[in-house]
Design a protein around this ligand. Structure first.
Ligand SMILES: Cc1cc2nc3c(=O)[nH]c(=O)nc-3n(C[C@H](O)[C@H](O)[C@H](O)COP(=O)(O)OP(=O)(O)OC[C@H]3O[C@@H](n4cnc5c(N)ncnc54)[C@H](O)[C@@H]3O)c2cc1C
Length: 475
């Protein structure tokens, strides 16, 4: 049943004059996600600006069995951050909760609210002569609460881990309205279960994250990038191993790009140019960075050494080393725009999968063979974070196929690819999460013990199932 007028009025009263909208146009801007794959409906979006208000909202919703969908930047892509079509779910946007709570330069931490945009979090860290090292292409819109709830990854997981590794403390409003104050900057705390880890990656199903204490790192004094052509994915993982050996922990990014993806990007995106004169099947963007000054370690020499040895052993066929920040940016644009560029090539069926790094060449071979057999003319564009085993196995439609006819095969093709992923010891979701998109796939590929344990945790914290119901698991 759609949300009643009485409930809408009560929630508006709790949220205050600036804390809600019932304007259909504003609501519409919150109820579809960037890919356009999901569209929802709600009569009410709430914009609380403090934890106490979130607590009162959840307390009211819990008492009256009203379902709540939390939303941060709405860049999640798996249908977790928008309401369903029933008009029963209230959307709660964290965008007004964007204050800095504490900067602790000596502890190398910052405590900020959940609605701080990721790129603003980078600026806050910079103001403390530090870095917050999580970088994703959506960082201009995605927010800290969403990053934590989706356990976001990005290009520097290789060196710094994903959100699970970067959060020290959390403040969370539980489904019954209780506020759990777990905001701590401790690196060591062995006092029972690590509760914060329950909420990281929970996709809003266990409570609403309102603030977080995040780890910071010393700012870089040197950063060197290379764009290289390689013969095949096997060479990519051998190059990764070599680069790790030579660079120690200064290797911060290692991304793979296929020729077809580069062609799409150059063809469709502004200011993207062919970086090398000859054409090759595969490319790697690798980056090393360090906070050590170059009179102690010369990173340029480290990168030169990697490339020299790689060329001698045939792992690298050609390459360029950008000479300044704008050249570095031009190289990174080729990677960052790769997903966007695929939109211009018709339908794209996506997979965000993780495979043990050593098995990626096998996955790419088996996956490509399977999808080409299932759908002749399909154009695989596998790219992404090969350094940490995460491949975006995107599949552009056959050129002359109808887009809707192709996209209607999304689940069938997903399943085919996921079978291969799981056979190789991989995961069907590396960084984007489950949302509503992969609920059935998760149930299929996880054991009954996994699913029952997830359900037990969910029901222990949210017995009335009001928090983002139907996302991750169906109760
Ligand atoms: C172009 C592009 C590139 C991307 N690249 C990457 C990448 O490299 N790596 C990566 O990991 N992801 C990537 N993503 C996916 C997405 O940006 C991340 O998942 C991001 O962390 C989501 O943050 P958000 O603020 O948009 O969250 P939202 O999309 O708003 O929400 C994500 C989930 O968290 C829940 N949620 C949001 N806020 C809260 C809160 N405060 N408390 C509890 N639950 C909450 C929502 O209900 C939803 O289930 C990309 C997306 C795009 C569009």
């Amino acid at each position: 049943m759609p949300l009643s007028k009485n409930h809408i009025d009560a929630l508006i009263k709790i949220s205050g004059p600036k804390g809600f909208t019932i304007d259909p146009e504003i609501i519409a801007s919150h109820t579809s996600e960037p890919r356009g794959k999901f569209r929802g409906a709600t009569p009410l979006v709430l914009f609380p600006d403090n934890t106490e208000c979130v607590s009162q909202i959840l307390s009211y919703c819990n008492e009256h069995n009203i379902k709540i969908v939390p939303q941060s930047g709405n860049t999640g892509l798996v249908g977790g951050s928008i309401p369903d079509q029933s008009n029963e779910e209230v959307l709660l946007s964290l965008k007004r909760m964007n204050k800095i709570r504490e900067k602790d330069a000596l502890n190398k931490t910052m405590t900020i609210e959940a609605g701080v945009i990721l790129s603003d979090a980078h600026d806050i860290a910079e103001s403390m002569n530090s870095i917050f090292p999580m970088h994703i292409a959506s960082e201009g819109s995605a927010m800290i609460g969403g990053n934590i709830s989706s356990n976001a990854g990005g290009i520097n997981v290789l060196r710094y881990g994903n959100m699970r590794d970067l959060v020290l403390g959390l403040e969370v409003v539980l489904p019954n309205g209780d506020v759990w104050d777990g905001l701590t900057g401790l690196r060591k705390d062995n006092t029972g279960y690590d509760l914060k880890q329950l909420f990281i990656g929970a996709e809003g199903t266990l409570g609403i994250i309102t603030a977080a204490t995040l780890k910071l790192f010393p700012e870089y004094k040197q950063k060197n990038t290379a764009f290289v052509a390689i013969p095949d994915p096997e060479a990519a993982i051998n190059l990764l191993s070599l680069a790790k050996q030579i660079s120690g922990d200064s290797l911060i990014a290692f991304e793979i790009l296929p020729r077809i993806g580069l062609e799409f990007t150059i063809k469709h995106m502004n200011d993207c140019r062919e970086p090398l004169e000859e054409k090759y099947d595969w490319y790697i963007v690798l980056e090393c960075a360090t906070s050590v000054s170059n009179d102690l370690i010369n990173l340029e020499e480290v990168l030169e050494k990697i490339l020299e040895e790689a060329m001698e052993s045939g792992l690298v066929l050609n390459g360029i080393v950008p000479k300044n920040v704008s050249e570095q940016k031009a190289v990174w644009n080729l990677r960052e725009f790769m997903s966007e560029a695929q939109k211009f090539e018709g339908g794209s069926i996506k997979h965000d999968v993780a495979i043990p790094v050593s098995k990626i060449p096998e996955f790419l071979e088996l996956g490509t063979e399977a999808v080409k057999k299932a759908c002749p003319g399909i154009r695989p564009v596998p790219f992404g974070h090969i350094g940490d085993g995460n491949i975006h196995f995107n599949l552009s439609q056959p050129i002359d196929m109808d887009k809707q006819e192709y996209l209607a095969r999304w689940e069938e093709i997903n399943h085919l690819v996921h079978e291969i992923v799981v056979d190789l010891g991989g995961s069907i979701s590396a960084e984007h999460g489950i949302g509503t998109l992969k609920v059935d796939e998760l149930k299929h590929f996880k054991s009954s013990v996994d699913i029952d344990t997830l359900k037990s945790i969910k029901l222990a914290l949210d017995p009335k199932n009001i928090m983002n119901p139907g996302r991750i698991i169906k109760i």
